[in-house]
Design a binder for this molecule. Sequence first.
Ligand code: PAN
Ligand code: ZN
Length: 198
Amino acid sequence: MKDHPFSLDLGSDLSVTGSGPYDSHLVRKLSDLRGYFADRQAFEELLHREDPVIYEVLEIRRPEVSGELLSGLSIVHPGRVGDEYNMTKGHFHSVRETAEIYYVLKGHGLLLMENEAGEWAAEEVVPGRIVYVPPCWAHRSVNLALGEDLITFFVYPGHAGHDYGSIASSGFRKLVLHVDGGYKVVDNPAWKPPAGPG
Ligand code: PAN
Ligand code: ZN
């Protein structure tokens, strides 16, 4: 863990092959994402043939306490499962009142967001854009470019924590599909309201 002030060069540290300035390297393969993609048959057929890496996260470790900032790179590789673009699992922060900033370094994608009041948003991004994810909004990165990684730099409060369970069981309200040569945000027919407490 880095304890002194430090700097890093995002311009030249985009490669995930070297260790770079990052402390941890999380790899999410297709097999880690069972249940996340809408087309279950396409998922199983693809997994039968291969188990591609869908996304990777490189983190700069800091204590997970308020006052700290956690940051790193999120890299979503190009591809689709059926008509649905490669994407991250997506999550709420366990501490709902914590926001996040994404700065887009490479590629073309969508930051898909929704809150528990039923609102949703899809911000289309290209390099140079920043997305502000407000407190209480679940967020997922979707790679729309079929030949290029979507690379973003993220920063969020140290005590935020991750709640994957809500999205894993309910899904996002919207799916992002490749339709007629472009992308379309459509209702998720499998979305169900989250189970209430108890
Ligand atoms: C990001 C995400 C990263 C991977 O660091 O964790 O993009 O997405 P999932 O965590 O949904 O698999 C972030 O939003 N952190 O809070
Ligand atoms: Zn987050």
